[in-house]
Design a protein around this ligand. Structure first.
Ligand code: HEC
Ligand code: HEC
Length: 225
């Protein structure tokens, strides 16, 4: 699980970097610095993607090949120039084959950013909405609806966060397979005063993409996933 988590972070980081690499080539005066705002460039990321799986077997304090130890943040920091030279520029390390291009980009970006110990983005962007009940409940209902749709508030009779209450509502809020006639979709898409969230609530209409994702969940059978 931890491995998966760091892989996801790593992929995010690489994705962010490759995105900015595209901008890079479209710019008239390319800047060598990558836009790192989306990337979680931390020691934890490079350790999980690069140092642990690809270097530490030969560069821990017991093996210390070439006199170089890379098993802690401090030891990596102390050898940063050599690491840059061996793994990014000269590509002589790891011993058997050079780093994969995305790993090299990640390492290079991390070094250029000053080899930060913590991630560069303390508030990573929220994950995009998925067509699952859990994602919709967390990112939409709990974020934008429960202030009214809860006991003691104006819309307490309409429960959105409890799957079986939502599915069994006499108001036909969710008709599996039929997004067009599902009350939930109708109320999210309408533009009159019955729109949800209410126009005067200041909460703002859901994005077209979010509504499309909720539609997708309903069309796929509105499962409790
Ligand atoms: C299979 C063992 C092995 C692996 C894996 C390995 N190295 Fe090395 N490394 C060596 C050996 C052996 C040396 C000593 C120099 C040589 O023989 O090339 C060395 C030397 C180095 C040096 C010193 C080079 C210099 O010019 O002083 C650095 C820096 C280095 N490795 C970084 C890395 C990094 C970063 C990784 C992972 C991306 C890595 N190594 C993976 C075996 C390995
Ligand atoms: C500012 C308060 C408020 C917020 C925020 C709000 N609602 Fe409502 N909602 C209401 C009220 C009031 C009703 C009417 C309740 C009733 O009929 O008992 C209602 C009713 C509904 C209904 C049922 C309409 C029908 O057909 O009877 C749906 C579906 C709904 N809201 C969805 C949402 C969703 C989804 C969100 C968040 C994206 C949301 N609401 C946010 C106040 C709010």
């Amino acid at each position: 699980m931890e491995r998966l988590g760091s892989l996801a972070i790593g992929l995010l980081a690489v994705f962010g970097i490759s995105l900015s690499a595209c901008n890079f080539y479209h710019e008239k005066h390319p800047k060598p610095a990558l836009d790192l705002s989306q990337a979680n460039l931390s020691y934890a990321t490079v350790r999980a993607e690069i140092f642990s799986p690809q270097c530490i077997s030969c560069h821990n304090s017991a093996t210390a090949k070439g006199g170089v130890v890379l098993d802690s943040y401090e030891s990596v920091k102390a050898n940063l120039d050599k690491v840059n030279q061996a793994a990014v520029i000269g590509q002589t390390m790891p011993r058997s084959r050079p780093l994969a291009p995305e790993d090299r980009q990640l390492l290079s970006a991390w070094i250029s950013a000053g080899a930060p110990k913590e991630g560069s983005s303390p508030n990573p962007p929220p994950p995009p909405l998925q067509p699952t009940f859990t994602s919709i409940r967390t990112l939409v209902f709990e974020a934008k609806c429960v202030s009214c749709h809860t006991t003691g508030e104006s819309a307490e009779k309409v429960s959105l966060t409890d799957y079986s209450l939502l599915m069994n509502s006499p108001r036909d809020l969710v008709l599996p397979g039929n997004a067009d006639e599902s009350g939930l979709i109708i109320d999210l898409e309408r533009t009159d005063e019955h729109q949800m969230p209410p126009p005067d609530s200041g909460l703002g209409r859901l994005s077209t993409l979010d509504i499309a994702t909720i539609r997708e969940w309903i069309v796929n059978g509105a499962k409790n996933d």
